[in-house]
Every structure is written in C-alpha cells, then in structure tokens.
Ligand binder design. Structure first.
Ligand SMILES: *Cc1c(COP(=O)(O)O)cnc(C)c1O
Length: 403
C-alpha cells in the first residue's frame, strides 16, 4: 500500500508497480533544497540519485536550457549538431578518450560499451572471444544485457533466458578474477567505486591487476562511471585517482545534472572496429541534452569544486561520527568523496529503509545502498551550512529511530 497522496492524482491505480516512492512529492527545487506539494521544505542529500551534481535549477543550466530550447531541440543522428560535437571535444580533451558515443541513460551507455567489446573481440580475434567478466554487487542498468551483467541476480531472474557468457566474481578479489579471465574474455567491466551495491571503492591493486590481466589476454577494461564519475569522488572521473586507464568508460547521471544524457568514451584503437549502422539511438546526443551537458561539464570540471568534494565529505563524516558516539548504530563509513555511505551495525541491518523514511519526516532526503547502508549523494556544490542543517535533521530522525 502506497502512502503517497497528491490531491486529485492517483499513484497505485495508474503507475506500474516497480517503485516504492517516499511519501513526499517534490514540486520545486533550488540548490540543495526541495519543497513538496504542500510547501514543506527538505534538504536534499540524494540529489536525484547522484545526478544533480549542481543541485536543483542551477541558474547557468536554466540559461543554457532556455537558450538552446529557442534554437533547436532534436533532429536525430541523420545530422551532426554543434552542441554534441562541442561536448565530445570537451570530454576528449579532459580524459583518456579519443571517441565518444552519446546516449540517454547509463544503461544505454553500458549497453553500447558491452556490444562494442563483444564486437571488438569477435572481429579482431575469434568467434569465442565473448566472455564478459563482471562483479558481484555491481550495477550497470536495467536493460536485459546490462542487468544480466550486473551482479545481483534478483534483478535479472524471472525474465527468461539471459544473455550468455557472463561470469561474476567477488569485487576486489583479484585472485578470483584472474581465475576466470582467459583468452575467451572480451571484457572486464566494473564500477571503480560500486554505487548501488554498497559504496565499495576498488583497491588500487585490484584495478592495476585487472588492467594487467586484460592486457595479457587482449580483453577490454570497461569502467562504469555512471555514478562515480563527473566529480562525485573528487576527481572528474574516478579512474584519475588510480593509475589505471580503461579502454572504455561510461558516464551518465551527473553528466546532464538532471537532464537525461549519457556517453560512452573509448580510444581510437577500439572505436575503429565500428561502422555506420552497427549501433545507434534516436535521442542520444540530442542538442538540448548536449547543450546542458556542455555547461554542466564546465561547471563540474573545476579544481575548486572538485577539491571541495573531499572537504565536504569530512563534514559529513564528522557529523556521522558524533551521531555514532551517541547512538552506536554505524559500523563504518564507506565510499569515496560525496558518494558516501554509513554502514549500519548488525542489529540494524535491513533497517536502512526505515531510517530513510524517518529522515524524510524530519525534512532531509537520504538514500540507501542495499539494506544496511545509508547513502549520501548530495549536490557537489552543497553549502557547508546546508550540510550541517541536514545533519541536524538526520540526527533527530536517528534519535527517534533509537527510541
Ligand atoms: C544508475 C547507474 C546505471 C544505470 O543508469 P540509468 O540512467 O538508470 O540507466 C548504471 N551504472 C551505474 C554504476 C549506475 O549507478
């Protein structure tokens, strides 16, 4: 039974029952604040699930959207348009990449990455080079291919025969990965910092080891930076923290800061296997989306903003540590940068949803990552005082929870 009530509107009666929304109906947002239909204020530590990197209704994004919306919305990929080409140049200038493919969602960017890796393996080596090595608790989207590559079978079970030749091993377990990466492997895919799966960063040795294994068997290394990219961990992309460069990288969520757009980045060596007609999309790289993403990219790719991510994480951690002293409900703090998690102690496992709901009642929006991790993914430009105000509210929620 859903608690959601918007006067005059129905939810359960009209919506496919795949979500379980909070009983809060946002009507307006500004920066890290949200107001619901009844005018109640919330501090937003979720930021559209790590997507609104610059908060709600950033004035520069509004300006770009309005300006572009008066010029050209959509023409399809039968044309090249300026904003897509400018965005591609920016992404190439600031990463390892030499070629870009635009899509609309994280899943589609990963779908393109996986198809590319399969095609590359078969065309350049042999017809058996199709194995995809992926990791437990990984998350790569909800198309049938990407959800099957994801490491939580409850999301892909029950839909009939799955795409084959996908192997899962434990994350950060180089030995287990080495045991399955062989001459038939076309790709190894992972999130440098797992998001949905509980906010686990890869260890440097793990990423370095995977790079070496991939080089040895001529497999492609794919980094899914849909959640951990675009400044979220304090670097433009998380691979930049490590000395490990992927062959393919996918970006979405904060790429459009709330406007749907995604990208798959790769090198010339890999890209040259593709030809016109082999892959495509209708909306991907649409002028409206790419114009917004260009502005978002410039604002997020800023040394001061990126340095602030690490400082703001410390504010969150300090406040969580003081809550820990008083209530003893956390076992440890996980994640990287503003992809931050507070893992609940064993007695509170499976209570994350309850705490998320109680937090909303106190006027602060947080997320969970699995049943036992509270997840904080605020806008990267959130003001320090807004963090404190939100944490005051969270503390009241946790006080109520512990009663
Ligand atoms: C959210 C997410 C996706 C899926 O993105 P969609 O835009 O929902 O398709 C893929 N990978 C990771 C790591 C994500 O966090």
């Amino acid at each position: 039974m859903n608690l959601l009530t918007i006067p005059g509107l129905r939810y359960d009666e009209v919506m496919l029952p795949v979500y379980n929304p909070l009983p809060v109906t946002p009507a307006r947002g500004e920066g890290s604040y949200l107001w619901d239909e009844a005018g109640r204020e919330y501090i937003d530590f979720a930021a559209g699930i790590a997507t609104n990197g610059l908060g709600h209704c950033h004035p520069m994004l509004i300006r770009t959207l309005i300006e572009q919306s008066r010029k050209l919305w959509h023409v399809g990929n039968i044309f090249a348009t300026r904003s897509a080409l400018v965005l591609a140049e920016k992404m190439i200038a600031n990463t390892f990449a030499e070629k870009v493919f635009f899509a609309n969602s994280g899943a589609e960017a990963n779908e393109a990455a996986l198809k590319l890796a399969r095609y590359f393996g078969i065309a350049n080596f042999h017809s058996q080079k199709t194995k995809i090595v992926a990791f437990e608790k990984g998350f790569h989207g909800r198309t049938f291919f990407t959800v099957s590559v994801g490491g939580q079978s409850q999301y892909s079970d029950g839909f009939g025969p799955k795409p084959g030749d996908i192997v899962h091993v434990p994350f950060n377990d180089l030995k287990a990965a080495k045991a399955v990466i062989d001459d038939n492997t076309c790709a190894v895919i992972l999130e440098p910092v797992q998001g949905e799966g509980g906010l686990t960063p890869a260890t440097p040795a793990f990423l370095e080891g995977l790079r070496a294994c991939c080089d040895k068997v001529k497999a492609l290394l794919i980094f899914d930076e849909v959640q951990c990219g675009m400044g979220r961990t304090g670097a433009l992309y998380s691979y930049m923290h490590y000395n490990v460069v992927p062959d393919i990288l996918t970006s979405a969520k904060a790429l459009g800061c709330g406007f749907p757009v995604s990208a798959m980045l790769t090198t010339d060596r890999v890209a040259k296997v593709m030809k016109p007609g082999l892959h495509g999309t209708t909306h991907g790289g649409n002028p409206l989306a790419c114009a917004v993403a260009c502005t978002a990219f410039d604002l997020l790719n800023d040394a001061q903003l990126l340095a602030g991510v690490t400082e703001k994480r410390q504010i969150f951690i300090k406040r969580l540590e003081s809550m820990q002293k008083q209530y003893n409900i956390f076992s440890r703090f996980v994640g990287k940068g503003l992809l931050l998690g507070a893992k609940l102690r064993t007695p509170y496992h499976s209570q994350a949803t309850t705490i998320v709901k109680m937090a909303a009642q106190e006027g602060v929006i947080i997320l969970k990552a699995g049943p036992d991790v509270l997840r904080f993914t605020p806008a990267l430009n959130i003001a320090d005082k807004t963090i404190h105000l939100g944490m005051d509210r969270l503390e009241r929620a946790i006080d109520t929870f512990c009663q």
